[in-house]
Each structure stands twice: as C-alpha cells, then as structure tokens.
Design a binder for this molecule. Sequence first.
Ligand code: HEM
Length: 155
Amino acid sequence: MQEAMKIPGYTYGTQAVERSPVTLGDFELMKKSALFGAEDIQALRLSAEVLKDQVEAVLDVWYGFVASNPHLLASFSALSDGKPLAEYLGGVRKRFGQWILDTARAEYDQRWLDYQHEIGMRHHRTKKNRTDGAASTSHVPFRDLFALIFPSRSH
Ligand code: HEM
C-alpha cells in the first residue's frame, strides 16, 4: 500500500475521500442482487497472487479495448478537438492498475467502500477530470459504465 500512495491522485484511505452514502449493510444487499457470494470472494483472493505480476498485461488488454472503441475513447479525449489525451490516459492507467490489485484483495471494509464511491464520482460530473486536470468530457455516460461489466466478466 505504501508504494500505491505514491501514485498521483490515488487517495485510498486518506482524508481526501468522503464517506460513501452506500453503507456496508447496503453493500451486503448489493452482493445479493449480483449473486456475489463467499466463493466469489475466495476466487478473487486466489487471483491476487497471479494478478500481481500481470497487471501491465491486463491493462494492455483493457486499454486496447477502450482505444479500439471510439465511443469509449471519447471519455479520455479532449473536448476541443476530440483527440485522446495521452497524459490523462497515462495518469488513470496507474490508478487503474492499483485498483486491479485492490479488487483482487477484496477487503470490503469502510475504507474500501469509501474509495469505490470516490471512483464512481470520478466518472461523474462531480469529479471527472479533476484528479488529472484533464480538459475532457464532463462525465462517462452511465450506459457505457454498466455495459462494460459484460466484457470484464468474459476476460
Ligand atoms: C464497470 C465499469 C468500470 C470500472 C470498474 C472502472 C474503473 C475505473 C477505475 C478504478 C478508475 C481509476 C479511479 C482512480 O482515479 O483511482 C477509472 C477511471 C476512469 N474511467 Fe473507469 N471504470 C469503468 C467503466 C468506464 C467506462 C465505460 C469508461 C468510458 C470509457 C471509463 C472511463 C474512465 C475515465 C475517463 C476515468 C478517469 C476519471 C477521472 O477523470 O478521474 N470507465 N475507472
């Protein structure tokens, strides 16, 4: 975690992160809705060992997917001319890599919950672009957000 805190804009567990309006009790109910159980948690934790040396490879697949879909790449592109913002993509990539490891560790405590809320806001008008000072689109469309759950499940 100490190494992770050196990643620009990665604020997991810090004062900069507000408390999630979703409670841990709500999260238990969300797990029910998604049929997410103890076996899934066990499988995730097992994946942590494998994933820790594969983060860059996973990122290559994900970034390749986003880059090859112009409607997704738009969320990482300049408002002015529609061109991809390399610094924005690069800054987010580091935090996304850390999120892969955090997700595999599956520590579903309050700090984890609060940071998931922060990540959500970083896709929303409230906080998108702020962390990297990017002059990009105002928000990630929700229709793209939830659709992306499906390719993640099949990879
Ligand atoms: C299930 C779906 C998704 C998950 C789990 C996810 C996860 C993440 C994570 C972990 C970060 C880094 C958060 C941080 O700053 O620490 C991030 C940032 C970002 N993601 Fe996603 N993402 C999803 C869907 C999408 C989609 C569909 C797009 C559209 C291309 C997208 C665009 C972005 C952008 C633009 C950022 C940077 C936000 C900022 O300005 O801070 N994400 N995402």
